[in-house]
Design a protein around this ligand. Structure first.
Ligand SMILES: Cc1cc2nc3c(=O)[nH]c(=O)nc-3n(C[C@H](O)[C@H](O)[C@H](O)COP(=O)(O)OP(=O)(O)OC[C@H]3O[C@@H](n4cnc5c(N)ncnc54)[C@H](O)[C@@H]3O)c2cc1C
Ligand code: FES
Length: 523
């Protein structure tokens, strides 16, 4: 077991270790004028940057746009286990799509892992890449058969897995599947370095540039941004949630948030070696990351739930902290962060043409919290499709495939749920809402303001931020996320700041926002 950290312990902070440790990354200026390019990649996360690098290697002129910063989306708020062992996915894929499909998926993930490893090595990217076993375990008796089934299915899919109850965790495990020679790394350092290589190789990157529309005319697609226009031969939408509604991806994906904490263990404490995913009723993810001083940061994740659901999201961090203290020698919880990923209705990512007949507009989404190997595999599919090539794996993850029958049931259920959040506000629900005056400093809630409801946040200094309660995507009611202090939409996962700014799509327009000075209590 590696040594633990001796760094001076920082005050606990909201935000991922990946972002905190790369705060001073150089910026790429936003677009200032209309430009043209061969391929415009929208989104500089693991999907977009992998695609951009492969396209550049294949000789394409590439322009990458990002609304915020490189690797500051989900790829900068992940736990970054790079593995083909995805919880208990092989049992599920074998049941739904058959053993051949599970084998195709496994092969694509292992190839993706090898490509990521080779890219980090060949470009000499300093991202703390290290080889580790990936472990899916359970501590619960009623989950043991699920782990056994996963072992059989993963082995049937061609992965060299083994089954054991002896893993490097400080608590008893009933059964585990282990896949050797997988990896963990620092995702943002990797992405920032890859971005520099894209630029050195002649590609362009514009941060702080949000795409809002893509028009397709006879000459090809034009990306409309909040800064300028981009004319391209091809456009790749790698924005995590696809922001163009025309592919109806929002109706085929469910946004799921989860939480992570970065823990400084007490001096000399044992740190588990491996990447662990606990497939218990409350899932848990555990890995460690080397710190510059030779110590280790323990990263514990879990507490997933549908975005916008649940009352007080701070309780999710408390649950993780309690669990971490039960099982590890914790000196300090140094980092807390949360993020969401998109769960596809039938369990496989959507990669390929944006709509069945698109030949110039492409997409990759729905990585179901296993986005590193899935992104690298998707990038290869997209580059092939742009070059007019296809493959059996491309067909498996085709963005325009028909969902199998059980998935259609879950799609209908999801959309009935959405419909519930779309109905207007009956007078009675407005009357029942608390008044503006009930809002304490530093809190947010849907409150009554005269004859309307508003999404209100009272800053610690007293002033009020009042936003429309209706998400700008399709109009569902937003809910206050207490831990992040954001407005989150339960329908398809859009998120907004307390001043209404868009944090995550599919929504692209801000919530209507008004400021009132401190002291106003309304009614
Ligand atoms: C808590 C958590 C833990 C996870 N752990 C793992 C793990 O251990 N292993 C694993 O393989 N996967 C894991 N995942 C999943 C993985 O992190 C994601 O699937 C992956 O990072 C998604 O990458 P992306 O490129 O699609 O999205 P992002 O990284 O979010 O990139 C999308 C980019 O698009 C930009 N953008 C959005 N809209 C626009 C627009 N309109 N115009 C311009 N730019 C735009 C954003 O700013 C962002 O930078 C985890 C996910 C979560 C939430
Ligand atoms: S994200 Fe679709 S309605 Fe809010």
């Amino acid at each position: 077991m590696p040594p633990t950290s001796s760094v001076p312990l920082t005050a606990s902070r909201q935000g991922s270790y990946w972002l905190a440790s790369t705060e001073r990354a150089p910026r790429h200026p936003p677009l200032t004028a209309d430009v043209s390019t061969d391929v415009c990649v929208i989104g500089a996360g693991i999907v977009g940057m992998s695609t951009a690098w492969l396209l550049r290697e294949a000789g394409h002129d590439v322009l990458v746009l990002d609304a915020h910063r490189i690797g500051a989306g989900v790829s900068g708020a992940t736990t970054a286990k790079v593995t083909a062992l995805h919880g208990v996915i092989y049992a599920e894929l074998t049941r739904k799509f058959g053993a051949d499909a599970a084998a195709l998926y496994a092969g694509a993930q292992q190839d993706a892992l090898r490509w990521l490893r080779a890219t980090a090595r060949d470009l000499s990217i300093d991202c703390d890449w290290r080889s580790r076993d990936a472990v899916t375990y359970t501590t619960e008796a009623d989950r043991v058969s699920g782990i056994q089934e996963e072992f059989q299915a993963a082995r049937g899919a061609g992965l060299p897995v083994r089954m054991t109850a002896d893993v490097d965790l400080p608590f008893a495990v009933r059964q585990a599947v282990v896949l050797g020679d997988q990896a963990e790394f620092h995702p943002r350092r990797y992405l920032l370095a890859l971005a520099e290589h894209v630029v050195v190789a002649g590609g362009r990157i514009a941060e702080g540039t949000r795409a809002t529309k893509v028009h397709e005319d006879d000459e090809g697609p034009v990306v409309i941004t909040d800064r300028a226009k981009v004319r391209a031969r091809h456009v790749v939408v790698a924005t995590h949630a696809p922001f163009l509604d025309r592919g109806l991806f929002f109706a085929r994906l469910r946004a799921q948030r989860s939480y992570a904490i970065g823990v400084h263990p007490t001096s000399g404490a044992a740190i588990p070696e491996g990447m662990f995913y606990g497939d218990d009723h409350a899932t848990r993810s555990v890995r460690a990351h080397p710190l510059p001083d030779g110590g280790e940061l323990l990263i514990v994740g879990g507490e997933g739930h549908k975005t916008g659901e649940g009352d007080d999201t701070r309780a999710r961090f408390e649950a993780l902290e309690t669990w971490a203290r039960q099982h590890f020698a914790v000196a300090e919880i140094a980092y807390r962060w949360s993020a969401q990923d998109l769960m596809p209705v039938d369990g496989l990512p959507y990669v390929g043409a944006y709509r069945p007949r698109s030949r110039t507009l492409w997409v990759a989404t729905g990585m179901r919290k296993w986005g590193f190997t899935n992104a690298a595999a998707a990038a290869h599919v997209l580059v092939d499709r742009i070059a007019g090539r296809t493959s059996p794996y491309a067909a498996l993850v085709d963005s325009n495939r028909f969902a199998p029958r059980p998935a259609v049931g879950s799609l209908v259920k999801e959309n009935i749920n959405v419909a519930k959040h779309l109905v207007g506000d009956p007078v009675a629900t407005i009357a029942r809402a608390p008044g503006l005056g009930d809002l304490a400093p530093g809190t947010g809630a849907i409150v009554r303001d005269g004859r309307h409801k508003v999404a209100a946040f009272r800053a610690p200094t007293g002033e009020l931020h009042l936003c429309s309660t209706r998400c700008t995507h399709l109009g569902c009611e937003v809910r206050f996320n207490t831990a992040e202090q954001t407005w989150d939409c339960q329908c398809h996962g859009s998120r907004f700041g307390v001043d209404g700014t868009v944090l995550e799509g599919p929504g692209v327009r801000p919530l209507k926002h008004e400021m009132r000075p401190g002291g106003g209590t309304g009614q």
